[in-house]
Design a protein around this ligand. Structure first.
Ligand code: ADE
Length: 416
């Protein structure tokens, strides 16, 4: 079996961490038990591009238990947990192409390596596998029955492909499930972004002005957790409805041009590029910390920062200092890449249980329904979304109510 990982000797350390997280993922475990029986992926080659973490390992073991033949690469060059990659190779015979800190050329080669196995189904986070299939592996597109996509940024790219008539197969946008974005994006990013920032810097959040750039589901999570730690939270937004929601939630909302003069810590979560630019960096206070929790490393303009700075100095793991000619110093976490995965371990398993239940069930749904779905971006049906919530509540020992027949009749009648 071919693979490219950092060090196979890390495997046993990875195995214990994977086992620890398995206990926090009861919904995924129940799906795994069913897949073992039913073998929905028997004989299928599945190509995977996800963050290689303990939680992803539990998803991969679930899909493999369903009979899939997997080849896996990383969805970010800095998020791979090398011990996890090693365990998946050594203990589970899964061909892995992922090394933490790999350069962009190797990252691209690993995507190619996965696609060269001629996968029939793709599991993606950020749409790199799907876009690479459509550019560099066009001859194989006819063999691909569909793909799943994990994240907001990936869904934006796929919708753009679909609008331009480029997407040749159905993609299930896992991110669009309520049991994904309402939980993973909000509580997962909320907790793990702050966790990554604190692990990297050990700064006190209480009393600091934290500027959250973007008030989507991830931004809401980061803002709420920063407030919970005692920060004075400022929100910047481009969407007037979301800006108004942030105001009514009690946050100060202002243009970035004003926020950059008062912020101590900036967290970008917009999914767009050039959110913090040269004109902002040049007026920030001394000691400002800059972190990104959006999918790509394009939200903080590091090219502009390098041009403004007199150099760069590593201060602590995942912290780099950029001195400016006037004596101010700015600090960038995790090279502007996903701070939760670079400086921390990513989202807690308890929330990835929901996201990866969606991934597993989306892959199964595509194997059954791909012909009917046709090219385009699709949601998982409502019943599957609700079933995942039901399983999670059940695993937590929490009951909830059902409509009575009389209530159902009332909701279905218009006469009052
Ligand atoms: N761990 C594995 N996948 C992740 C993701 N997409 N976001 C955060 N943590 C993760």
């Amino acid at each position: 079996m071919e693979y490219e990982i950092k060090n196979i000797a890390l495997a046993d350390a990875g195995a214990v961490r994977i086992e620890w997280d398995a206990r926090q993922m009861p919904v995924l475990q129940s799906i795994r038990a069913r897949f073992e029986q039913e073998q929905p992926f028997r004989g299928m080659r599945i190509g995977v591009c996800l963050h290689i973490s303990t939680k992803t390992a539990n998803l991969l073991l679930t899909v493999k238990a369903g009979g899939a033949d997997l080849t896996v690469c990383a969805s970010n060059p800095l998020s791979t947990q090398d011990d996890v990659a090693a365990s998946l190779v050594k203990h589970h015979d899964i061909p892995m192409f992922a090394i933490r800190g790999e350069d962009m050329e190797t990252f691209g080669w690993h995507l190619h390596r996965v696609l060269s196995e001629r996968p029939m189904l793709l599991m993606d986070d950020g749409a790199d596998l799907v876009t690479t299939a459509h550019t560099d592996f066009r001859a194989q597109l006819g063999d691909i029955i569909g793909a799943t996509e994990e994240t907001t940024t990936g869904v934006i790219r796929l919708n753009s492909m679909a609008r331009q008539g480029e997407l040749t197969f159905p993609v299930v946008a896992v991110n669009e499930s309520d049991t994904k974005h309402l939980f993973d994006n909000r509580y997962g990013t909320g907790q793990s972004a702050l966790d990554g920032i604190i692990r990297a810097t050990n700064v006190l959040i209480a009393g600091r002005t934290v500027v959250v750039c973007g008030y989507g589901w991830c931004g809401r999570g980061v803002a709420s957790r920063a407030r919970g730690l005692g920060a004075d939270v400022v929100v910047t937004e481009v969407n007037p409805i979301q800006a108004l929601e942030a105001v009514m939630e009690g946050y100060r909302v202002m243009p970035m041009a004003d926020a950059v003069r008062i912020g101590d810590l900036f967290v970008t979560v917009t999914g767009n590029r050039g959110v913090i630019r040269g004109e902002h960096l040049s007026v920030m206070k001394d000691g400002v910390i800059l972190a990104n929790a959006g999918h790509f490393d394009v939200e903080i303009d590091l090219v502009a920062l390098r041009a403004l700075a007199t150099g760069v100095r590593p201060m602590r793991p995942s912290v780099e200092e950029y001195p400016l000619p006037d004596g101010r110093r700015l600090y960038v976490l995790g090279q502007g890449r996903l701070v939760n995965l670079v400086a921390g371990e990513g989202h807690p398993a308890g929330v990835m249980d929901l996201s990866f239940a969606n991934q597993a069930l989306a892959a199964e749904y595509l194997t059954v329904h791909h012909n009917r779905l046709g090219p385009g971006v699709h949601r998982l049906p409502r019943e599957i979304d609700e079933h995942i919530a039901h399983l999670k509540l059940h695993s937590m020992g929490i009951g909830y109510d059902r409509l009575t027949d009389d209530q159902t009749a009332y909701l279905n009648s218009w006469k009052g």
